[in-house]
Structures are given as C-alpha cells and as structure tokens.
Design a binder for this molecule. Structure first.
Ligand SMILES: [Zn+2]
Length: 389
C-alpha cells in the first residue's frame, strides 16, 4: 500500500496518471481483502481448514446411520449397511428437509476464527452458512464483493461487530448515490442532506472550489484504532481530492515511527508543528512552505550541516552543546531518509490543497475534518455520524 501511495504521488502531475492512481486507490480495499495481512492469515487458515474440513465432512458422512447421498468426493466412502439402503430401517432414514447442508470448509474456518459473531447466528455454523447464503441471494449489492459470496462472508464478522448482521440488506437499504459539487459517490443516505447543504454554500460563495474527486462508502475491514477509516465502512465519511490531501498514516503504512519522522521533518522545514495544529490556515501555509522549501538541494544542505556539526563535536569532546547539535542534525537526516519518498511526494503537490471554503462549509454542515485531528492527519477526510447500523 505504501508502494501504491508513493507511486501515486510521483505521477500526480499527469491527469491521466492521476486517474490511474485513483483507480489503484479504489482497488486497495479489495486488494487488502485478498492480499493484506488479514488475507494472508485467512489464506493460511483456509489451507489448514481445507484439510481439517475435508476430514470433518468425511467423519460426518461415516457417522450417518442411514443412506447418504453419493459423496461428491470419490475418495470418501460412506458406510452403507449390507443390502443397501432398502434394508436400513432401524433408526429411520434422515429427513432430507432437516439434514443440514454440509458446512463448506471455508465457512467453517471463518466461523472458528470469529467467535464473537457466533451468538448472532444462534451459535450454529449451519445457520451462519444458510443465513449468509440467503443474504447473498437477496442482496443487489453483490458488486461490492466482486460478485463472490466468499468475499462477502469475509466481511460479515467485522460488520456484525458494529451491529450490522445482514450486510447485504443493510447496504441495499442505506447506501445510495450522493451528489457533491457535480460529482457522485456512494454514501450513507443519512449524510446526504448535509453534503447538499455544504455543496450549495460552496457554490454560492462563487469562487473556484477546486474539487475534482469525491469518494465515500467502501466495504472494508474496520481496523481497531484507525478511527479515520471506520466511518467509510458505513458510508458516513467522504474523501475529497485524495491524491493531494493525504492521510499521513495510510501513506506511511501505519508505521508510527515513520509518522513521527514525518512530523519532525515537516516542523523543521516549515516551522509549524502540524501534528498539534488543528486550524486550516496555518496548516495550509505549512503545506505551501513545504512545497517551496523541501528539495534535493535542501536535503544536501542538511547532510553538509551534519558533517560540519560532527567535526565541531569531535573537536570539542567535552562540549555538551556541540554534541547535542550534532545529534539533533543526525536525527533530522535519519528522519528524512526514513520517509524520503513520501516527503518528495508532498514537496511535489503539497499536503493540503483543499480550498478554505470547502473545509469551512463542510464543517459548518456538521462534518468533522480529518485535518483537525492531531496524530492521525487525514486532510482529504470528512465524516459525520457514528459507526453502527
Ligand atoms: Zn477518508
């Protein structure tokens, strides 16, 4: 993801390249599902369950008292009483209408890995399989899941955890097309009036609003501590001009050490500690200053200064001040190296390019702006409401 984001920033000058980058951005959630940390673990568990699950199916077939349908797997031989099914009367024949469909190994794996959701399905994996199958059959929102029930089921536990037990029906009922400054995105219906209010006020202000991209709902895993992500999962957050108004954590792969480096470099370059700054104006000024100041030449100057301070410290081994100046400069050079590609991207585009009127009117309409957060800067992001159904 860091690679994708970094690539995005390098190609932003080209509209065509930007569109390509946007397409990649939109592709991230599904890519995360199958390739991310959750996906890797999931794949591993599926592999384990594929073996364990087949054994369980075999055992279940072997335990049947009466005649069983021919197993799909030719390697599995059910025990059939001598003489065939016609002689098997003691204990009765299983009623086809009540015999549960065997549990798909993938479903069993998902079930076993998500104990918190089990009560919502009567603590019955068969009910979970059937209910989610019925949900899938009924929903008209299959495209969010690449038209694959396996993808759909992967999201069920995380949505159940926020009180949404029928995800397909919930999307059908709550997510629809929102309009904002002539752009469209899918959002929760309950924020659309506020978006319209802000849009109308921005247009009434008459100035060039500069809004070119608008994104909203996205089916995604809800990650515990990253509050900025959660509201998109229920359609109560929008991202505006995302390619030039970054979410710092996302760009840095949610690496806290890199985030600290980024904040320190921006403060050194601009004189503004954006981490502890909430207002638009000083951060927008910092963004502009960063664009005009950070460059390869600036980095070279810092390295030269490091050598100068290193020599001064070596020449005066008992001078604590000289030693501190050397260490501070070493920290700066290390910070730059740690997040250089991200810094180069922000030097190219700035990190806050939204116009003031856009931020002001969305906030006036009741949205919280991610640029006002301290640690989790998310300049593209506006949200309103709570996580839940
Ligand atoms: Zn967002």
């Amino acid at each position: 993801m860091l690679t994708i984001e970094s690539m995005d920033r390098r190609v932003q000058k080209s509209t065509r390249a930007q569109e390509s980058g946007e397409a990649k951005r939109r592709a991230i959630p599904s890519a995360r599902l199958v390739q991310g940390a959750e996906g890797s673990l999931g794949d591993h568990l599926f592999d384990l369950q594929r073996k364990a699950g087949n054994a369980a199916v075999t055992a279940m077939l072997l335990q049947r008292a009466g005649p069983a349908p021919a197993p799909a797997d030719a390697g599995v031989t059910p025990t059939v009483a001598p003489g065939g099914p016609a002689t098997t009367t003691a204990g009765g024949t299983p009623d086809a209408a009540t015999t549960p469909t065997p549990v798909d190994p993938d479903v069993q794996t998902l079930w076993d890995a998500n104990t918190a959701m089990q009560a919502s399905f009567g603590n019955d994996v068969h009910k979970f399989q059937k209910d989610t199958q019925d949900q899938w059959t009924a929903t008209s929102s299959k495209a969010w899941f690449s038209n694959d029930i396996k993808n759909y089921r992967q999201y069920v536990p995380t949505y159940v955890s926020v009180g949404i037990t029928n995800l397909g029906n919930w999307i059908d009922a709550n997510i629809s097309t929102a309009h904002f400054l002539g752009l469209k995105a899918q959002t929760n219906k309950d924020i659309q009036a506020s978006l319209t209010t802000a849009s109308t006020a921005i247009l009434a202000a008459g100035a060039d609003h500069g809004v070119t991209t608008f994104e909203g709902f996205n089916v995604r895993m809800i990650r515990g501590s990253t509050t900025s992500l959660i509201l998109h999962a229920v359609g109560r957050a929008v991202d505006i001009n995302s390619s030039t108004n970054p979410q710092f954590r996302e760009d840095l792969g949610h690496d806290s050490a890199k985030l600290a480096s980024l904040f320190r470099v921006i403060q050194t370059v601009t004189g503004t500690d954006v981490k502890s700054t909430s207002d638009y104006a000083s951060q927008q000024t910092a963004s502009e200053t960063f664009k005009t100041t950070f460059s390869a030449a600036w980095v070279a100057t810092q390295k030269t200064e490091l050598e100068t301070r290193k020599k001064a410290a070596a020449a005066a081994p008992t001078d604590a001040g000289a030693k501190q100046k050397f260490q501070d400069q070493q920290q700066l050079v290390n910070d730059v190296a740690a997040v250089r590609s991200t810094l180069d991207g922000y030097a190219s585009t700035g990190f806050l390019t939204l116009k003031k009127v856009v931020v002001d009117q969305l906030v006036a309409a009741g949205f919280t702006w991610g640029g006002s957060w301290n640690d989790a800067k998310d300049y593209m992001h506006f949200e309103k409401g709570a996580v839940g159904p």
